[in-house]
Design a protein around this ligand. Structure first.
Ligand SMILES: CC(C)[C@H](C(=O)O)[C@@H](O)C(=O)O
Ligand code: SF4
Length: 457
């Protein structure tokens, strides 16, 4: 029977369908990797230890510090950005050391946001199952892994048993034909898709992105695309691994080596949906219709073209029919697991070179990992950001979400390269507009929402 890519990974990991689960349709699925972070992973680790159990294979469990850790340059990395949050860091460290899992601590050269460092270190690989108590784990499907977000209790279970019990999700295929116009990015593409299908448009499906425009994306851009799948209610997202994926992974720390690499490649090449595989839902988009996108509301589905108009939104301070381009801003943020990789920083630096952030705009860039930060510094990109008037941070989630601590002033309109624009997401009454790093940079310079081709005031 013809199978999808997701089916193939599922079937290869199906340990059994326990008798008690026949009616529920649940399968017992082998879990290859568990990733944790200090915000929710600490809870799972502590609870596991409290129950007298330990990870069945600690070498397959990874943990980073990203959510709570301070990202202010020069500040101690053991400091928290959330008042009183140090305990997350110390408790996670203690539990990780005790259980012997792979800990990527605050002072590690590998430290960074979980969904940035997992691909970077070659931990996410085609054909693997990977879970993490974090909703944006769907990002890692960009490598051809079945990767999804879970709760802390499931993380505990996955660590203890190497399995999870769950029902195979329905499946959706989103094909993007044609070529994206110059300067139009994966962020614009995903905002266009979510804006068209709505914030619940993916119907809890495992979504396979495919088509010419998706194949043309580099791995970093594919990560951006898959990152926001959960923002339109997907179970997860996946992209068939191809030469782009293999080139990206070769030589990375946890990628297979020598003969194992050849064997892995042979297997990975089978990971494509069969030509006659069927999906529960299918959508087709045309890449050439997509322009610079931005959200205007408080749901990621409230997205439109930058030169379009908004609906009324009290929270966002917008009237129906108001033109989005040109709205004055007070903040600009480039960071997060969506758009803080080296290609994102390069795109922004291209716009910022030789320019200055407009008066009255607080502009901050926080690289997604310390490796990205080092790469950027080696290329002089940090200097371009600093010269333009951007603050340059150390790696972490930073201003992507607010959990107390430093943020933008209430009422500030912020253009942000992140993935969530809910009320209060970036701070009390902060108004978040989601966009690509290029749009954030252009807007920072213009002091108002602006397209990259047109950054001057
Ligand atoms: C804190 C964590 C559980 C949360 C998530 O699951 O996504 C966070 O990363 C977010 O982006 O809101
Ligand atoms: S960067 Fe933002 S979206 Fe990503 S894991 Fe951190 S808080 Fe969640």
């Amino acid at each position: 029977m013809a199978r999808t890519l997701f089916d193939k990974i599922w079937d290869a990991h199906r340990v059994s369908t326990p008798k008690s689960d026949e009616a529920s349709g649940e399968d017992l699925i082998a879990i290859d990797r568990v990733f944790l972070h200090e915000r929710t992973g600490s809870v799972a680790l502590e609870s596991l230890m409290a129950s007298g159990r330990e990870p069945i294979d600690p070498t397959r469990v990874f943990c980073t510090m990203d959510h709570i850790v301070s990202t202010d340059e020069g500040r101690g990395r053991n400091d928290a950005r959330t008042p009183g949050g140090e305990v997350f860091i110390t408790a996670t460290r203690a539990a990780a050391q005790k259980t012997g899992i792979n800990l990527i601590d605050v002072d590690s050269a590998d430290q960074g946001i979980v969904h940035v460092i997992s691909p970077e270190l070659g931990i996410a690989q085609p054909g693997l199952t990977l879970v993490c108590p974090d909703s944006h784990t769907c990002s890692q499907g960009a490598l051809g892994a079945a990767a999804w977000g879970i709760g802390s209790t499931d993380a505990e279970h996955a660590m203890a048993t190497g399995t999870l019990r769950l029902k195979r999700p329905p499946q959706m295929r989103i094909r993007v034909n044609g070529t994206l116009a110059d300067g139009i990015t994966a962020k614009d593409l995903i905002l266009h898709i979510i804006g068209t299908l709505g914030a619940d448009g993916a119907k809890r499906c495992a979504v396979e992105f495919c088509g010419e425009a998706v194949e043309a994306l580099g791995v970093e851009a594919r990560l951006t695309l898959c990152n926001m799948a959960v923002e339109f209610a997907a179970f997860t997202a996946i992209i068939a691994p191809d030469e782009t994926t293999f080139d990206y992974l070769e030589g990375r720390r946890f990628a297979p080596k020598a003969d194992d690499w050849d064997a892995a490649l042979a297997y990975w090449r089978t990971l494509i949906s069969d030509a006659d595989a069927t999906f529960d839902f299918e959508h087709v988009f045309d890449a050439k219709e997509i322009g610079h996108m931005i959200t205007w509301g408080t749901s990621p589905g409230q997205a439109g073209r930058l030169d379009g108009t908004a609906d009324a939104s009290d929270y966002m301070g917008l009237k129906a029919g108001e033109v989005i381009e040109g709205l004055p801003i007070g903040g600009a943020f480039i960071g997060s697991c969506t758009n803080a990789r080296i290609s994102d920083l390069r795109a922004a630096a291209k716009i910022l070179r030789g320019r200055k952030v407009a008066d009255g705009v607080t502009a901050i860039c926080v690289p997604g990992s310390m490796a990205v930060r080092r790469d950027a510094e080696a290329e002089g990109i940090d200097q371009i950001f600093r010269d333009a008037g951007f603050e340059w941070g150390e790696a972490g989630c930073a201003f992507c979400f607010y959990a107390g601590g430093r943020t933008f002033a209430p009422g500030t309109r912020v253009v942000s390269s992140t993935n969530r624009n809910f009320e209060g997401r970036q701070g009390p009454n902060v108004r978040t507009h989601l966009a690509s790093p290029a749009v954030v940079a252009a807007s920072a310079v213009a002091g108002k929402i602006a397209a990259p081709g047109n950054p001057s005031p």
